[in-house]
Each structure stands twice: as C-alpha cells, then as structure tokens.
Design a binder for this molecule. Structure first.
Ligand code: CO
Length: 497
C-alpha cells in the first residue's frame, strides 16, 4: 500500500483515539460521574479537545494531504477519504487562534445568559449576547466562504453539500401541503390516549425497552443502554456504541420511542465498517442521514400498526391492569396523536416540521439581515399563530425553548426535518425491494430491514454525500412527496379523513 496513505491513516487514527477517549469521558459525565467530578472533568475534556485540534492542524498532515490529493494511484475509496480530510483540514486552517477563542468564550457567555433567561422568561437580558454571537457566526460564514448564500456555510458543518436554495423549496412544500393537512386533522374528533399516562412500573418499562432494542438487532456485545436525563447515542468505535433512555412512571410514551429512536442511531453506528476506524469511510455522512436512521425506526416502524400487532400483546402481558382491555389499534391511535403544541421536542410526527420550518425561516432572515435579534420573539409568536394556530404564552415556552442558538448552532435545525424526509423516501424503496416487508414486521422479524439498511446505507460510511446516497438508493434526489404520501396514507386512516 501507498506509504503516504499509510501515514495519513495512522495520523487520523491517532486523532480518533484521542477524540473517542474524550467521548468516553463525556458519556460518563452524562451517566455515572459523581457530582464532585465535574470541575476537573471539564479540564480533562478541554485538554483532549485541544490535543485533537493540535494534531488535526499539524502542518505535517497538511503536506501529506497536499501530496495525496494529487496521487493518482489511490483507489476510489482512498481518494474520497483524502478529499474529505483535505477539505476539513483547510477549513480548520482558516480559523485563527484568536477567533476560535473569541467564539468559544462568546458561546459560554451566551449559553449562561440563555440558561438564566429561560428560567426568568427574560429574552431582553439574553438578546445582546445572542446578537454578539450571531455577528461572530456571520463573520465565520465569510471566513469559511460560500457560493451563493452565507447560510450555506453554516449548513455545510452539519449537512455537507446542503444548500439553502434547496431547503427553501423543501420547506415551501411543507408549507403548501402539510399545514393544510394538519388543519383537516384538527377538525376531526381526537383519539384517546389517557391510558398512556396511567402508572407503569419502571422496572418493567426498562425490561421492555431492552427487549425492543434486541428485536431491532442492537448488539449488546457492542453496546449498552443506561439512563440519562436527555436520551442520546454515542460511539467510540463501531464495536462500542452506547445509548441512553429515560423512564417516566406516568408516561409510557417516553421510554418506548426514545429507546427506538436512539436504537436507530445506534444501529447506524454499529453498522459502520470497523476496519475503516478513524477514516471518513468509517464515519456517518451527515446529521440528516443519521437522523433518517433514528426516525425510520422510531416513526416508520415504531409507530406503525404492523410493528405493534406483534409487540402489543407482549406489552399487554407486562401491564394487564392498564392495557388488558385495549387493542393494538387503540394503542396505535394513542401513539399517533396529532396536536399543535408549543414545544418542539414534544411535538408529534407531523406538526414537528412546523417547528423546524419556523426556525429555518427565522435563521434565513437573520443571515439575510432582514431580522434583528430583538425582533425575534414577536416574529416567533406570529409564526406559531400562523402555522400552528396557537398563542405562545411566554418566551420560555417560545423563542427561548431550545439550546441550539445559544451554542451558535445555526443551520442545525433543518437536519431534523431532513431526517424524516429521507426516512420516508428510504422506507418507500425498502418496501419495494424487500419482499413482504410488512408481513415480516407483523411476525416480529425486523432483520430483513436491518440487513437492507446495512447494505444500502451503513456499510459505506461517508463515501457518498447525502444527496448522492439518496439518488443511489431511490433513483432520485430528496423529494418531499414521499413524506407527504406516507403522512396522508397513515393519518387519513387514523383520523377518518
Ligand atoms: Co436523533
């Protein structure tokens, strides 16, 4: 093998070793670390992330990449790896140490200000911090460069290759189709879900969540599930992928769908090729594709009738007092309630996308200089009225609800919706290519679907951009119609439309 390529591999694996060691510390911080460990833990994490940055911006790596990118003896996969790292290397090099420090300091201050403002329902105290951070992020766009729109530079960090022009079309489709459809649903009688909020034994809920993960094909020899206040998935390599979930004694929804959601993320990570550890070909493509995997399992499978025809009797056995007189269909209706609400993270599968649409429109306006930070709450509330038909009671339940902007994470929100839309399109193709998929799901056999995802998505790592992968799988680029068709079919049945 090419010696330069070997050196490149070695260098990248070393960076990953350090980065994943930090990830273990982070996982521990969210799960088992005793409170007094916090102070030094922050320092340990900062040291490790400093080391990662040092190794990644090492001039030696730059020289190696400059030579490799011209090297015609590389295989296609090797060349793509080099291309990704070359791009990331020169991106990192654009940041001066002073700018990195300024951003990181401003993020800490803005996060603190947001935290207090949310508690006190006081947007005004937070606005100057957010304004300063936004100005820095706009500077960052200029620093990184873009072809058509500054926001594209933000998007590219989470969804490489995504363009705001394309997202505008996508979210116009959401507006044109989904808003009207949800209005039709709102006119129908609501389905019953009170039994979801009865008392459910926590240990039994936990045991059931492990059963669900096992059934999905989550490998417990290469991962584990723990509890945390915010469910998440983390990986240290494809053979150590961990999930967390949360249990609520009075809400059965929480553990079931957060377990399936994180399980979907984890199956993607466990399916990445271990032999490509540390290289782009061993990493996920984008946040949108990652989210497509969690949402495909959570919504397209985990909120389907076929899935519960098999699993509901098992749940009934565990909770005969609460579920003894219910059917799989009752349960299916209860888990798919559509109802406009203020909080994004509690939203149902359909109105969720209005929350993202609103954030996307606001972010675009901010980056196009059409909106000032102090006008945010007013516009936020107006849009919630327009798209969801609800009056936001206060900023804590409105514009202050999410942490993202206080972290400077502009361009992140759209990836959540992209995940659902990719999931619908992938599911459409999977249903065509796997014979009798629905019958298999009804029989509790999810392995053909996992196998399909492994072959079509997981095994490639980052060898394709999201758009290229979508084209390769389904024969076309991302198309909102797949989601809309799925939504119409499912919810017309659920709400008798
Ligand atoms: Co997710």
């Amino acid at each position: 093998m090419n010696t330069n390529y070997q050196l490149y591999q070695k260098h990248l694996k070393k960076i990953s070793d350090i980065g994943f060691a930090a990830a273990v510390l982070q996982w521990d911080q969210e799960t088992y670390m005793p409170p007094k460990g916090a102070a030094l833990r922050a320092q340990q994490l900062a040291t490790l992330s400093g080391l990662v940055h040092e190794h990644f911006t090492d001039e030696k790596l730059g020289k190696l990449l400059d030579e490799l990118i011209k090297d015609t003896s590389l295989s296609d996969k090797e060349f793509k790896n080099v291309m990704h790292t070359h791009k990331d290397y020169y991106k990192q090099k654009k940041y001066s140490t002073g700018f990195v420090e300024e951003i990181s300091r401003t993020v800490s201050e803005t996060f603190q200000a947001w935290h207090q403002a949310k508690i006190n329902n006081d947007f005004k105290s937070y606005a100057p911090f957010l304004d300063k951070l936004l100005t820095l992020k706009k500077k960052e766009c200029e620093l990184l460069g873009y072809e058509n729109h500054p926001y594209d530079a933000m998007l590219d960090q989470y969804e490489p290759g995504a363009k705001s022009a394309h997202l505008k079309i996508l979210f116009n489709d959401v507006k044109a189709n989904l808003v009207e459809f949800v209005k039709q649903i709102a006119q129908k009688p609501q389905n019953a879900d009170a039994f979801m909020f009865a008392e459910y034994d926590e240990q039994k809920q936990w045991d059931f969540s492990l059963y669900l993960l096992k059934q999905m094909g989550y490998d417990f020899e290469a991962g584990r599930q723990d509890k945390s206040s915010h469910p998440f998935t983390t990986h240290f390599n494809a053979h150590d992928v961990r999930v967390t979930t949360r249990v609520n004694k009075n809400d059965l929804n929480e553990i079931i769908w957060s377990t399936i959601h994180e399980g979907g993320h984890a199956l993607y990570e466990q399916g990445l090729p271990i032999t490509e550890y540390g290289l782009p070909s061993g990493e996920y493509i984008s946040l949108g594709i990652h989210e497509s995997q969690s949402r495909l399992w959570e919504n397209n499978i985990g909120r389907s009738l076929a899935y519960w025809e098999y699993n509901f009797p098992k749940l009934q056995e565990l909770f005969p007092q609460n579920l003894g007189d219910k059917t799989a269909l009752d349960f299916y209706k209860a888990m798919n309630i559509v109802k406009p609400s203020f909080i994004r993270t509690n939203a149902d599968e359909l109105t969720y996308h209005f929350h993202i649409l609103i954030r996307f429109e606001i972010e675009m306006a901010l980056f196009e200089e059409k909106l000032a930070v102090n006008e945010l709450p007013e516009l936020w509330n107006a849009k919630y009225k327009e798209y969801l038909g609800i009056d936001v009671p206060n900023d804590t339940k409105g514009v202050l609800q999410d942490v993202h902007w206080s972290h400077g994470s502009f361009g992140y929100f759209p990836t959540y919706s992209l995940g659902s839309f990719y999931a619908a399109q992938f599911m459409h193709t999977a249903t065509q290519q796997i014979s009798n998929l629905e019958e298999k799901i009804k029989a509790g056999n999810l392995m053909p679907l996992l196998e399909w995802l492994r072959i079509n998505i997981h095994q490639y790592g980052k060898q394709y951009l999201a758009d290229e992968l979508c084209q390769k799988i389904s024969g076309e680029k991302l198309n909102f119609n797949y989601f809309m068709t799925y939504a119409k079919e499912k919810y017309s049945f659920l709400y008798n439309l």
